[in-house]
Design a protein. Structure first.
Length: 743
């Protein structure tokens, strides 16, 4: 052997050591068995010099370099240019024959010393560990190793790209040739029902309908997964980090969710038993408006059971929003990795998956079918075979019924009831203001029925930061400023969410001077309150002129019963959408039942008109819905109206009591004036004041309330001045009557 040849052999051996024997073997199989050599070497040279030397083909490079540096100085002048080059350059090697010979030699070495051609120790150990967790077959393991190394080994990835873009069937054939396993086994592993694909470790496409090269077709769980698998003792939690993350216990307790206690009474023992028995297909669907505490509830449930909780991330490793296919692949992997743990999976924003359920769940199983009646079967399979219980969280509840019935439990997490809202405000804001201010603020904010916990805590965190900034600068930040800022931030968020603005002054709040004795009704209202407290429930219809105290009585009755009051006006109930009015009615009754509240519906004449005169179908369905809800409601329901005539007779029969509220009697008006003057520190009315008051025949408690509000900016100095203000209020009502007298 010549010196040059021996030098090339030593050089080839040195570069050969840079490749792991298994990678070396796979590269040769791709080049020879799959004919990728056509892209590797042509008449102009090799596509990758480093690869040629790493394979031990350094003499090719020597030949090409010597051919490029032919010395023409001593050439005979009569020889042609072509003849001189032929005589100078070395003999062209038979690269294909050498490549095939190297391949045969390497295959024989792999048979003779198979241990040397195994994956590296860390990679082999990690793959075997995942195989035990996910139940992978031997072929699955080999495919996974190839998918990892084709990402981590630059030269293997380069050679894989020599094969060009391919379809899925050619992927099966190519992988089978590289791994020397039957193509049918590869096809089974990488099809929808294959354990490897179902485990989420490998995906067979990035974008549906596009061609990719071999390295792109075998898509791994994450960009960092391949590198971590080559490290010693890769922890499954770390392998999934960024895709599925461990969740720390929350700062709430089950007692904080007493408003869904009935659902929790079923959920907790069911999850405990399902985990103890390794029951598959356990899925819980919790829906509710944003900010109601669904994620915190999942944390609280896991902590109460003593289980680990893993959350499927909605961001990718770069912080960008993860698409649904990526999240579902991560979900599959979590189910495989953590199946032997005492753990729960939480999948937030589940509506992003189920809104496009057919296509997304088909991707979950790597199936390329779409638009057929068989699609729902794949979805059902996903919900029936997950090893770990999964809590699916959503802001919506409009799933396809075929999906919905696959969940073991479905329940809504509503905005907490009033008492719980008050506690949330105190917990979030109590350390920023004094005790009295905190209690007043909590009471005011808890009246907002749409106030979700997250809105309060977020606003409180902003005010906390502002307070810290002011303290750093030595600037005073008063209690009043903090309170106003909290109300401002919360109010803006509520409006942005489409809710009513935060009320600085509750129109339904009782006046400071209130006594049912100042209401002119055809029944003893105090006795009615005592009877309702004993009975526990009642349906009342309060009717009469505006301002006679119907809503105020509802507020007083709720306080006497120790219950919150929910007020719904016609504008809150009526909807322009078909079925919207009925839905709003049902929601009002459901909320009252959930909060054990007194429900007062004002202006019921707007949707309880006699059905015999109805001209539109929705007018009939609205009355029907109201009758149904009244029949099934066991609490205290109050309907108030200024117009009793024309109400549906069937609705009237449903009321246990119909009480008329009328204008104040002279003695009631006189006594109320005395109380109001005493409240403001004014002298008691004299006889002349009372005589003038007696001449007002349409006086209501609402008129007193209106004049009392005027006192804030136009102080009342005497009883006589108060009577003059009341005369003005009554005159306006008489003027209104005269204006419409022609009717």
């Amino acid at each position: 052997m010549s010196t040059t040849r021996r030098t090339n052999k030593r050089r080839a051996g040195r570069h050969h050591a840079e490749l792991h024997p298994l990678v070396h073997l796979w590269i040769l199989r791709i080049l020879v068995n799959l004919n990728a050599h056509h892209a590797f070497v042509d008449r102009d040279g090799v596509a990758d010099d480093a690869l040629a030397r790493a394979l031990g083909l350094g003499d090719w490079m020597d030949w090409m370099n010597e051919e490029a540096n032919v010395d023409d100085d001593n050439a005979e002048p009569w020889l042609t240019e072509e003849k001189r080059c032929e005589e100078k350059k070395p003999k062209r090697p038979n690269y294909l024959a050498e490549l095939r010979a190297l391949h045969r030699q390497t295959e024989r070495a792999a048979v003779k010393d198979s241990a040397r051609f195994e994956p590296s120790t860390p990679l082999r150990a990690n793959v075997q560990r995942l195989a035990q967790l996910a139940g992978l077959s031997a072929v699955d393991e080999r495919i996974l190793v190839f998918a990892i190394l084709v990402r981590e080994e630059h030269m293997l990835r380069t050679v894989a790209r020599f094969l060009g873009d391919m379809n899925l069937e050619r992927v099966f054939q190519s992988v089978a040739a590289v791994l020397a396993v039957p193509a049918s086994d590869v096809r089974m592993a990488l099809r929808g029902q294959g354990t490897l694909l179902r485990s989420g470790l490998v995906s067979t496409r990035k974008q549906h309908g596009y061609l990719h090269d071999l390295s792109e077709w075998l898509d791994l769980l994450s960009d960092s997964f391949a590198m971590q698998m080559t490290l010693a003792q890769a922890d499954p939690v770390n392998l999934l980090r960024g895709k599925v993350n461990p969740v720390a216990p929350g700062n709430l307790h089950l007692a904080d969710y007493a408003h869904v206690q009935e659902s929790l009474d079923a959920l907790m023992p069911y999850l405990h038993q399902a985990t103890a028995t390794r029951k598959k297909g356990v899925n819980i669907y919790i829906h509710g408006a944003p900010g109601t505490g669904k994620s915190q509830l999942a944390r609280t449930v896991a902590a109460a059971l003593g289980y680990e909780l893993f959350d499927v991330a909605n961001e990718d490793e770069d912080g960008a929003p993860a698409d649904r296919a990526e999240r579902l692949q991560a979900y599959r992997a979590a189910q495989s990795f953590f199946a032997q743990r005492r753990a729960l999976i939480v999948f937030d924003e589940a509506e992003d998956v189920f809104d496009d359920g057919t296509r997304m769940f088909l991707r979950l199983f790597g199936d390329d079918r779409s638009g057929t009646g068989k699609d729902k079967g794949w979805i059902n399979h996903a919900l029936e075979n997950n090893p770990l219980p999964t809590i699916w969280l959503s802001n919506a509840n409009h799933l396809d019924p075929a999906f919905m019935r696959r969940f073991d439990m479905v329940f809504e997490l509503p905005v907490p009831p009033r008492k719980q809202r008050e506690k949330i405000v105190l917990d979030a804001c109590g350390d920023m203001v004094d005790a009295a201010s905190a209690k007043s603020l909590a009471k005011a904010l808890s009246e907002v029925e749409t106030l979700a916990p997250a809105v309060v805590t977020r606003a409180a965190s902003v005010v906390q930061a502002i307070r810290a900034r002011h303290e750093t600068q030595g600037v005073d930040f008063s209690v009043a400023q903090k309170t106003r800022m909290l109300q401002h931030l919360i109010g803006n968020t509520l409006e942005a969410q489409g809710h009513a603005a935060l009320k600085r002054h509750d129109p339904d709040r009782l006046p400071e001077v209130y006594d049912p004795a100042f209401i002119h009704a055809d029944t003893d209202l105090a006795v009615v309150a005592e009877g309702i407290e004993t009975a526990g429930g009642a349906r009342l219809c309060l009717y009469g002129p505006p301002g006679t105290g119907k809503t105020a009585y509802g507020r007083w009755l709720a306080e006497q019963l120790g219950k919150p009051l929910i007020v719904r006006r016609a504008s809150d109930i009526l909807s322009k959408w078909v079925g919207g009015t009925e839905k709003n009615m049902a929601c009002a009754f459901r909320e009252a039942e959930r909060e054990n509240a007194v429900l007062l519906m004002d202006e019921v004449d707007s949707f309880l008109q006699d059905r015999r005169g109805a001209s539109k179908s929705w007018e009939v369905t609205a009355v029907n819905e109201m009758l149904t809800q009244m029949e099934s409601f066991g609490g205290v329901f109050i309907a108030s109206t200024n117009l009793m005539d024309g109400l549906d007779p069937a609705a009237l029969r449903r009321f246990d009591l119909k009480a008329r509220f009328d204008f104040l009697k002279p003695e009631q008006a006189a006594e109320l004036l005395r109380h109001q003057c005493a409240h403001l520190g004014l002298a008691a009315p004299n006889d002349a004041d009372l005589e003038a008051l007696d001449r007002l025949k349409n006086l209501t408690p609402g008129d007193f309330a209106a004049t009392l509000r005027q006192h804030r900016f136009r102080p009342i100095a005497s009883a006589a001045q108060w009577v003059r203000s009341l005369q003005g209020e009554c005159a306006l009502k008489e003027g209104a009557k005269a204006a419409i007298g022609f009717m």
